[in-house]
Design a protein around this ligand. Sequence first.
Ligand SMILES: Nc1ncnc2c1ncn2[C@@H]1O[C@H](COP(=O)(O)OP(=O)(O)OP(=O)(O)O)[C@@H](O)[C@H]1O
Ligand SMILES: [Mg+2]
Length: 365
Amino acid sequence: MIEVKGLVKIYDDGSNAGVKAVDEISFTVEEGRFYTLLGPSGCGKTTTLRCIAGLEKANGGEIIVAGQKVYSANENTYVPAYRRPIGMVFQSYAIWPHLTVFENVAFPLRVGKEKVSNTEVKKKVTTALEQVELGGYEDRMATQLSGGQQQRLALARALVREPKVLLLDEPLSNLDAKLRERMRFELRELQRRLRITTLYVTHDQIEALSMSNVIAVMNSGVIAQEGGPRDVYLAPKSKFVANFIGSTNQLPGQVISVGSDAMGRVRTEDGEIACAILEGLKPGSNVVVVVRPESLNVHLQKPANSANVLDAKIGAAMFLGEYLDCTVELGHNVLQTHQRHTLEIRRGDPVWVELPPAECMALPA
Ligand SMILES: Nc1ncnc2c1ncn2[C@@H]1O[C@H](COP(=O)(O)OP(=O)(O)OP(=O)(O)O)[C@@H](O)[C@H]1O
Ligand SMILES: [Mg+2]
């Protein structure tokens, strides 16, 4: 439904080179899917959306939306924003404070190139408001809505032209934590119900992991990794992705051996570790072994028959109700871990920490 090929966007900032905000990115969003661009501030997420929406003219590549080529550098194609079958919700909702709920939603129909009759406007606005459960609020001023309702109003306005594609730029970032959690769920339900192809932008890993079919992790204008939420979380292919999604422990070392099953051994300052080895790494490669805090098991007695069991000492242990947040000190490295709150440990206690090999991954250092 959306195809982006080799998209480049360079902003003119007065310098010779300009700012390369998007650097030849390519991705495809299948019909009905929820696809997320996830990345730190300034990595080019909004720029990518704006190029797709036609609010920004790219400097290279190609964009196809619903089978229509809306931008092509080679063929000099540029379809203006209002002719693209797209609805967009902006990073700041950009709803009109001086208009009622009804007129806010009607706005895209009234300014559109094709004439829409008043009866038609009424029908379309009513449908859009019902879709986001704001039926009955037509005559309120937009400012008299709660944060969550304003967010849904922005959605209704994006939906009113019945777009084939919905672009959402950090739509939940202005909401407080509780409401954000609820809207995450509601937004996803709405998307499923309407089966509308959605391209979502966020820097929030939890939003990305919980809502998406596919996530593209972006870094400095390029896609660092694309995959399902589980893929990018459990099998990051670079240090950047491992660090950006969730917290992670890193043990520097060198590959000793690689087996045929992509498992191998790494020498670290705290001993040898059996772990998965990223494709392409060879004996001698400098790596970091990454392992998630929740993957580690802390034992009071040395477990028999377990691989990767290292001598350690509890550095700090904090009781957080749901779990215990502790640091374990190896000889050289310190690991962060979450353990069950039933584990009774104190600072300085000698323990054994187990790093399950399948959950440890060696990545290029
Ligand atoms: N109009 C502009 N002129 C010059 N540079 C710009 C312009 N808009 C954005 N940039 C630069 O392009 C890069 C990408 O910006 P963009 O807004 O796409 O980032 P983002 O990923 O959406 O970030 P955020 O999470 O903060 O919204 C940044 O380095 C930014 O400073
Ligand atoms: Mg942005």
